[in-house]
Design a protein around this ligand. Structure first.
Ligand code: AMP
Ligand code: MG
Length: 586
């Protein structure tokens, strides 16, 4: 039904009305409305200062200094559902429950704090970041010690993997520690990842290695700063515990080191959480889980509404379309879009062999294990549709025939929601205001020449944000490597004339405003594989300086930063970057 969109994922349709684009508020009015080029330079440094202040100088009053005071609660999760009656972490098929009790297996050997997110530790967990420097924290954040109130749980879920029903999957190496209600009243579910075997570990060892844990820590925090809904990461602890991995599934076993990420989400329930109950005919439990999810996370849905499941479904359809459009707007390919990795809250979860696209290519596949390119960047919207179909199948037993047909109708709307959102996001990336008939063409035309010239996705849009109208007019792009690549296309100047004409037609818009708007949505820095790789090799030698630097820089992806420039993070990627591969092994 949707194959014609598959290859033309960016062939955008015009939409009639758009909600406002979410732009990270990085500037004050004064910063954004300076009216000379010189002012612009000074406002940029002003901007960074303000930004850094507001993002990092979280008010320290009332932050907990004492880790022992930190409490979580598992009451809600435990009381809402039956718990697995069997104890112990032996791998087994589990029935009639949502969670199994499972105690983490502490990491062996000396533990080291490789990274901590001040924004999460202070802004979400209400802890003074200084607590992360204590020995206690190393144990709490790696499974060796449990916070008061914690009853560690492993969640039972299933999923469709690479298009096929895979049966029971579940948290095979993650433990939910409980929920924390912070001083803003937000409820966050804390999880350790890499914390040992659970009943869902199948043949796995329950561990995660440094390589994949650094990637999850950095990327989830970077995605948050890009404005993309995501799970968060509080800390990364590394150990000396040997963990054997066949990184590229070629028989080349290597001993790596175990690591644990303390990660957070409002909820970790996935499409696969519902699928397993539906598939195994546990309909009462399916109803219970949905009731819980709706009550806790969809407050606008009335639980007495006979159409509540339909409203829930329609919300997930809408939000998933929005999420994938946001991924596309920053060139993010998740890598493993199985239904067990798709959140019911439509946030990005389970970071594995993801990648940020460099040369623009809709067939970009970040995961070298994905031979058929099922999860190529350009296929993500289509895969979202597949996953939402599976969600509908899972909800099936709770829907009347009439509701089933209405749900199918809702699902049909997914394509339009996605296209409307992506059109809106790409228009913002080009600084376009209002709506003109040819806007879809202008965007698709640019993407086509980017594809032909293999121009860098991130830097093409960023440099278009940084060039002045004068530079566009004089076609001078010296030292703008992505635009230089782009300008080698024989149709580039045709596109540029169209673009300039469109910009000139924008009344009440100054060039500086246009640049600032574009800079607020077009990052200068994303977590390219080569950047992560370099930080990982140092981290494996217990040098965490580059992880820390990347974490900091990627917290302000829209702000030009001296250290990032010195490190070459906005420069043409090094040649060795092309040889890098990532796989599912983690
Ligand atoms: P992922 O591809 O990371 O989303 O994982 C798919 C499934 O495999 C989930 O059920 C994971 O918990 C499980 N899994 C992945 N790696 C391991 C491991 N090292 N040990 C146990 N289970 C694992
Ligand atoms: Mg997963």
């Amino acid at each position: 039904m949707w194959s014609r969109y598959n290859m033309l994922i960016f062939a955008l349709v015009a939409a009639t009305s758009f909600p406002p684009v979410h732009v990270l508020e990085f500037c004050t009015d004064r910063d954004c409305h300076s009216d000379s080029h010189d002012n612009m330079a000074s406002s940029t440094s002003q901007l960074s200062e303000n930004t850094f202040k507001s993002r990092w100088n979280i008010s320290v009053s009332n932050l907990m200094q004492d880790l022992d005071k930190f409490r979580v609660s598992c009451k809600k999760l435990i009381e809402a559902f039956p718990i697995d009656e069997v104890d112990g972490n032996s791998a087994r098929s589990v029935k009639n429950c949502i969670f199994s009790r499972s105690i983490p297996t502490p990491l062996k050997g000396p533990l080291r704090l490789a990274a901590a997110s001040k924004e999460v530790i202070e802004g979400i967990l209400d802890l003074d970041v200084a607590v992360t420097w204590s020995d206690d924290f190393l144990h709490y954040a790696s499974g060796g010690r449990l916070a008061p109130g914690s009853v560690p749980l492993a969640h039972r879920y299933g999923g469709h993997q690479f298009g096929y029903w895979a049966g029971q999957l579940g948290d095979g190496r993650a433990h939910s520690l409980g929920q924390y209600t912070n001083r803003k009243g937000e409820v966050w579910e804390l999880q350790l990842k890499g914390s040992g075997k659970t009943p869902y570990s199948r043949s796995g060892d329950g561990r995660a290695v440094i390589r994949s844990s650094v990637r999850e820590f950095l990327c989830s925090e970077a995605m948050h700063s890009l404005g993309v809904p995501t799970s968060r990461a509080a800390s990364l602890i590394v150990s000396d515990e040997p963990v054997v991995r066949d990184q590229f599934y070629n028989g080349n076993m290597k001993t790596e080191r175990g690591a644990v990420v303390l990660r957070l989400a409002k909820s970790w329930f996935r499409i696969g959480s519902l699928e397993i109950l539906s598939q195994s005919g546990e309909i009462d439990l399916l109803r219970k889980l949905l009731f819980f999810v709706i009550e806790e996370h969809f407050p606008s849905i009335n639980s007495d509404d006979p159409d509540k499941y339909l409203v829930f479904y329609s919300t997930v359809v809408n939000e998933t379309a929005h999420l994938i459009a946001q991924w596309m707007s920053v060139g993010f390919a998740h890598g493993v879009c199985n239904t067990d990795n798709f959140s019911l809250l439509s946030i990005t979860i389970d970071y594995g062999p993801f990648g940020f696209m460099e040369s623009y290519n809709p067939n970009f596949v970040p995961n070298t294990s994905d031979d058929e390119g099922r999860y190529s960047i350009g296929a993500q919207a289509n895969v979202g549709l597949f996953n939402l179909e599976k969600l509908l199948t899972a909800l099936g037993p709770l829907l009347s025939n009439k509701q089933q047909s209405e749900a199918k109708y809702i699902l049909k709307g997914y394509v339009d929601i996605y296209h409307m959102r992506i059109h809106q996001l790409f228009k913002a990336k080009l600084g376009l205001l209002g709506e003109e008939e040819d806007d879809g063409h202008l965007i698709a035309f640019l993407l086509k020449i980017m594809e032909d010239t293999q121009s860098d996705f991130t830097m093409t849009f960023r440099q278009l944000s940084e060039v002045s109208a004068q530079q566009l007019h004089s076609r001078s792009f010296t030292q703008m490597w992505a635009l230089e690549d782009l300008s080698s296309h024989k149709l580039f100047f045709d596109w540029l004339s169209m673009y300039q004409h469109r910009l000139i037609g924008q009344q009440d818009d100054s060039d500086l405003d246009r640049q600032q708007r574009m800079k607020n949505v077009n990052p200068r820095y994303v977590l390219r594989n080569w950047m992560a790789e370099s930080a990982i090799s140092k981290a494996e030698m217990n040098d965490f300086s580059e992880v820390e630097m990347l974490h900091y820089i990627l917290s302000f992806p829209f702000v030009t930063q001296e250290t990032a420039e010195e490190a070459g993070y906005a420069a043409r990627p090094p040649l060795w970057a092309k040889r890098l591969k990532v796989s599912c092994s983690s």
